[in-house]
Design a protein around this ligand. Structure first.
Ligand code: ATP
Length: 232
């Protein structure tokens, strides 16, 4: 579904991604792990189109998407939930969903605002509340739901658990697992324990390079990787 081939990304003079490659098959949840500043967010932003690679290529179902503007990639089916969520604070929950709506995608069940409120009772209860008045956990659920309103086939979740209480993290895990029956997912996390529980495979990134890849079982049982790069 998604193929990232040897991408190199700079911020000005700063050489941040130094040849990152990864792939995600249809229906998988794959995680991208690594410490603060390792390059997870930059990888996600490159896939969406905010930080196009200076070298290397990104494909979504064999279509070259690197170098295209963000709005085109979103139309092609990339959904992105940024680390800081970017909820529209002055809009209600329902309005947040309505503004993000894109036409349904052939071969996928449509995510209309009505279906989203049906599937997320938490949001249905809060539908007239303004985004800025929600708790961190509620905002995270809304951020995911708003990405769904764009009817993505591939979803990027950047640190969905950050700053959330364990009970909310558990609920998010259930939500993400349920979504993977319809949508392919790449999740970036510092919380390796959470990410490895919900994903089948993972990549570990360090100083802008993938230093390890393997099944979630392999990553959980590899003490060297855990200590050196994940520090669970
Ligand atoms: P975090 O969990 O903190 O988001 P990360 O793994 O997502 O970490 P990135 O945010 O991708 O890491 O950052 C990778 C490197 O790029 C870091 O060294 C960071 O300081 C640098 N960096 C990130 N954004 C910029 C920017 N806009 N300009 C310059 N350097 C940046």
């Amino acid at each position: 579904m998604l193929r990232v081939e040897n991408i190199h990304v700079y911020y000005g003079e700063s050489y941040v991604l130094q040849g990152v490659s990864l792939h995600v098959q249809k229906g998988e949840i794959v995680c991208l792990l690594g410490r603060n500043g390792a390059g997870k967010t930059t990888t996600m932003r490159s896939i969406v189109g905010y930080n196009p690679p200076a070298r290397g290529k990104i494909f979504l179902e064999d279509r070259l998407i690197s170098g295209r503007p963000v709005y085109e990639n979103v139309r092609l089916g990339i959904g992105y939930v940024p680390e800081d969520r970017r909820i529209f604070a002055s809009l209600t929950v329902k309005e947040n969903l309505e503004v993000a709506q894109l036409p349904p995608r052939e071969g996928y069940i449509a995510w209309t605002p009505e279906r989203i409120l049906d599937e997320f009772p938490l949001l249905a209860r809060l539908k007239d509340r303004r985004g800025g008045e929600l708790s961190g956990g509620e905002q995270q659920v809304l951020a995911i739901a708003r990405a769904l309103a764009g009817n993505p086939r591939f979803l990027l979740l950047d640190e969905p658990c950050e700053g959330l209480a364990p009970v909310i993290v558990e609920m998010l895990g259930d939500i993400i697992t349920a979504l993977s029956k319809e949508i392919t997912i790449l999740v970036a996390e510092q919380n390796a324990r959470f990410a490895l529980k919900i994903s089948s495979r993972g990549y570990v990134i360090d100083k802008g390079r993938v230093c390890y890849e393997g099944s979630s079982e392999e990553l959980v049982s590899n003490e060297d990787i855990q200590c050196r790069y994940l520090a669970v």
